[in-house]
Ligand binder design. Structure first.
Ligand code: HEM
Length: 246
């Protein structure tokens, strides 16, 4: 008897991927410290801006352009929303248990984040009061964050989910740069004080701030980005994927 003739002209079908092991929260214990770190950062950084008074701001607010302070406020309140959303996005348990929540908070992250955080950051970055080094770093930071976030969104729309995850991880790393900035400042402060005491820079608060700001701005986004690149290459899901034992 002749063998049955296949009518499938689309070539060999890809083999179905084995299911992932269910994610247990205790196997990803970093989510709790990450959430605590985010909340601590928000409680420390955002309240001075809640009065909507430029006199309460942590940074000197330039008088011109007049739109600077309102745009900065939009950026800060949008950034607060995004910092909370990121926790939902990277929480493996929520992602695997409630994918609808992940999809909707992801859409808000991108579609509110670009106009409320990325574009305002790009507008205020060239006016940073701490000089050209900070202005260049902040501008690059804002451009890269917006680009990574948009690429992550485009990859999800094209259903290229592995690429989507990687671009979003880069976006989250840069978003966390602002919280990491507080840690970097604390680490650089003793060095700048030492320079002031040895006469390398004037021993004033303004000079110490000017010495720290460009370095802290660059380190704040470059270090998290390098960490995420390392993680994607050596520890990411493309490497970690294990089939469930039969
Ligand atoms: C997504 C990446 C981000 C970029 C590129 C960015 C960029 C900027 C820039 C350019 C400034 C002005 C700084 C200066 O004049 O020297 C600024 C200030 C500020 N941003 Fe962001 N930002 C980002 C995310 C966030 C997030 C998520 C928050 C969370 C609330 C936030 C909160 C603030 C605050 C509070 C300030 C006022 C200055 C301070 O207290 O440090 N930013 N940001």
């Amino acid at each position: 008897m002749a063998p049955p003739v296949s009518t499938d002209t689309a070539g060999p079908r890809p083999r179905p991927r084995p299911p992932l092991e269910p994610v247990r929260w205790w196997r990803r214990p970093w989510i709790v410290p990450l959430a605590l770190f985010s909340v601590t950062f928000l409680l420390y950084s955002v309240p001075p801006y809640a009065s909507l008074d430029p006199a309460d701001a942590r940074l000197p607010i330039p008088e011109t352009p007049a739109w600077y302070f309102p745009v900065m406020l939009v950026h800060i309140f949008g950034g607060t929303l995004l910092t909370v959303l990121v926790i939902l996005q990277v929480w493996p348990w929520l992602r695997s248990r409630y994918p609808v929540v992940h999809r909707w908070s992801g859409r808000i992250y991108v579609l509110a984040g670009i106009p409320l955080v990325g574009v305002p950051a790009l507008l205020i970055a060239p006016f940073s009061s701490t000089g050209l080094g900070t202005q260049v770093s902040n501008t690059l930071w804002a451009v890269l964050w917006s680009t990574f976030t948009l690429l992550g969104y485009v990859m999800a729309r094209r259903r290229r989910f592995a690429d989507h995850r990687e671009w979003m991880l880069r976006s989250f790393a840069l978003l966390y740069g602002i919280a990491f900035n507080r840690v970097v400042i604390l680490l650089l402060l003793p060095l700048a004080i030492l320079q002031a005491q040895t006469g390398a820079i004037p021993n004033t608060e303004a000079a110490i701030t000017l010495a720290i700001a460009p370095a802290s701005s660059f380190l704040s986004w470059v270090v998290p980005l390098l960490f995420v690149e390392w993680w994607i290459k050596y520890r990411g899901p493309r490497r970690r994927r294990r089939p469930v034992p039969a």
